[in-house]
Design a protein around this ligand. Structure first.
Ligand code: AMP
Length: 617
């Protein structure tokens, strides 16, 4: 199996082009590359700074600004300004139910298993589209700074990201016009930046402690033969430097006997205090006393008072480290290296407590905001084949996946995955009483299976008749070191099983692989756009099916008026299903949902509510 690099312009094999590393963060994002001296370097597009705030603002005319330019609108136009979209990537309504109030913009909350959407004005955006706008900005900045087209990237994700969140990140890259060579775990990238794991002989167990503005995680990793294995992760996705700022504000309110309600009602004052608090916190990372004012309100703080204010939060992170170690079956003494990531690890108390807990000095020499991107840059360089000293494991040159509804390719093993590898996903049926499921296996990078290469097809027979959405079919792909793919389908409730073996590389020349990759990049934008339309149509069709079944089953419990109004909504959704306008389809789905929700909630029985869940083949 070969690793193929292609020139976007000519389609020819290429070795020397720049591959960048991207840290797509919750609060800030940035790009790094390996400079001509062979050193990782962050990209600072003239005058714009290194960090690009992960914020997207939509102007009333539909035009978009990203980064620092979008930041002021967080306060002045919150409903059209999207922040923290990383928290929504690859998530369903169900996943974010508990914290949907966190977002000041409209997240469509439907309490179903489908992926969330964000409504801006009358348009619907997926987190993938919004993330792609941030990635596009990063790509443009990199191209501007490096004066060369940037088409290939490595993007980092938290170690705890699941398959769907990783796939969503890949899709965002693709939509931004980037060929995403690999999704790398953030702690892996941070370790690489410190040179940990670059020597294939090295065997180590390390901890990566990442405390940012709003999220905290710790990963325990084992490095062996150049492979990073995540042994355990722990953390809190709502803990970070913002909590330190809030603790300072609370302290000042108390010290100055201010009225809490009045402060929060006065947006300007609240904002000024927040900025002062962050300034004080940062200052106290290098000095012992801070003494300033907001208007005539004294804002003073000493390092020791600050430490006592944030101690409970810092201790919370130490408990998470303890739990991660426990899950990994290790103790603090087993950890050989501790790597610090995230702006808040500059706080002296944080460093001190982490060093005390692990009983060793921590790695904090590299800028903690940049360390992940720098490591991603190194990983990109390794993939570019520029580091001959580093063991590059065999990778699969093309993605492997199956066909899902609407003829879409659902990738199970992404291209560039190391082999051997295994991956799986759960599917369900789309029609009541469905007893067979056709599993078609494809290889390729295009979003529609008809553009990819079919490897095999088989029927999983004998699924017991159940309402749509109830059967649970696990599809597992196992790609062994010889490149043989075994696909297994297993219906969990009945134990019905079927298996097939194929050789994906069989009959494919390097040129054909190259051509398939070339096509996938030149068609990426159209493909993703088309996929979004098909996904909207499929969701709409499912919605029509479910709503019609619902009316049929519950005739006697719903009023005649409700029935005729629902039918009107169903018809108006049906009318737009083939319009090719995904926003319009989403709008109609949304309207039907809104309309039926009150009585659906009242009546929907278990089976039908299940039927709305899960992906169907
Ligand atoms: P990140 O999400 O990794 O970009 O981290 C951003 C967080 O780091 C914010 O809460 C910042 O206030 C915090 N931060 C940045 N610089 C410092 C500093 N010098 N001392 C303490 N916290 C800092």
């Amino acid at each position: 199996m070969a690793k193929v690099s292609i020139n976007i312009a000519t389609g020819s094999i290429q070795k020397e082009d720049i591959i960048v590393g991207i840290d797509l963060g919750t609060t800030n994002s940035l790009v790094a590359f390996i400079n001509p001296e062979g050193k990782p370097q962050v990209i600072n597009d003239t005058g714009k700074g290194v960090l690009v705030p992960s914020i997207v603002h939509f102007h009333p005319d539909g035009s978009v600004v990203v980064g620092n330019e979008a930041k002021p609108y967080l306060v002045s136009d919150p409903s059209n300004t999207i922040f923290s979209v990383k928290r929504l990537l690859g998530r369903s309504y169900h996943d974010i139910e508990n914290y949907k109030d966190f977002f000041s913009y409209k997240v469509i909350d439907d309490n179903t298993e489908s992926l969330v959407k964000i409504k801006v004005g009358e348009r619907f955006f997926t987190p993938i589209e919004l993330s792609s706008l941030i990635l596009k900005e990063l790509k443009e900045r990199a191209e501007h700074a490096l004066k060369t087209p940037v088409n290939r990237a490595v993007i980092t994700v938290p170690a705890y990201f699941n398959d769907s969140q990783r796939q969503a990140t890949r899709d965002a890259g693709k939509l931004a016009g980037l060929d995403v060579l690999r999704i790398v775990n953030e702690p892996t990238a941070a370790s690489l930046a410190y040179g940990i794991g670059l020597n294939p002989e090295e065997e180590k167990t390390i901890a990566v402690y990442d405390l940012g503005g709003g999220t905290f995680d710790v990963s325990i990793m084992r490095i062996q033969n150049g492979i990073f294995e995540v042994l355990a992760t722990n953390g809190n996705t709502f803990l970070g430097g913002d909590d330190f700022d809030r603790a300072i504000i609370d302290h000042w309110i108390e010290q100055n006997q201010l009225n809490r309600e009045e402060v929060s009602a006065n947006k300007e004052l609240a904002q000024a205090l927040r900025l002062k608090a962050e300034e004080a916190k940062k200052a106290l990372s290098s000095q012992n006393i801070y003494n300033e004012k907001v208007g005539d309100i004294p804002c003073a703080l000493t390092r020791s008072t600050f430490d006592s204010l944030i101690l409970p939060k810092v201790e919370e992170t130490i408990v998470a480290c303890q739990n991660a170690l426990k899950d990994a079956g290790l103790s603090a003494a087993d950890i050989q290296e501790v790597v610090m990531v995230g702006g808040s690890t500059r706080t002296p108390l944080v460093k001190q407590k982490v060093a005390e807990f692990f009983g060793k000095e921590v790695h904090d020499q590299i800028n903690p905001d940049e360390v992940v991107a720098l490591g991603a840059g190194i990983q990109a360089d390794i993939l570019a084949g520029n580091r001959k000293d580093i063991l590059l494991l065999d990778v699969t040159p093309l993605s492997l996946g199956i066909e899902t509804m609407g003829g879409l390719m659902d990738v199970i093993i992404p291209r560039n995955s190391k082999v051997p590898t295994k991956a799986g996903r759960q599917y369900t049926t789309s029609v009541d009483g469905q007893v067979n499921m056709k599993i078609s296996i494809y290889q390729g990078e295009r979003d529609l299976v008809k553009e990819n290469r079919k490897l095999a097809e088989f029927d999983l027979k004998g699924i017991p008749a159940m309402p749509a959405g109830l059967p649970k079919v696990n599809i597992n792909f196992l790609l062994n070191a010889d490149g043989i793919l075994t696909v297994q389908a297993l219906e969990l409730r009945s134990g019905v099983k079927q298996e097939v073996e194929v050789k994906p590389a069989y009959g494919l020349t390097d040129q054909e692989v190259e051509q398939m990759l070339f096509d996938s990049i030149t068609h990426a934008k159209d493909d993703v756009a088309q996929r979004m339309i098909i996904e909207a149509r499929t969701e709409g069709e499912q919605m029509v099916y479910t709503a019609e079944r619902f009316l049929e089953k519950n005739k006697e419990y719903v009023s005649t008026q409700e029935i005729s109004d629902t039918i009107k909504h169903i018809e108006s959704l049906k009318e737009v299903l083939n319009s090719g306008d995904k926003d319009l389809i989403h709008k109609k789905i949304d309207e039907l949902n809104e309309f039926t929700r009150p009585f659906a909630e009242r009546l929907m029985d278990q089976a039908i509510s299940q039927a709305m869940k899960g992906k169907a083949i």
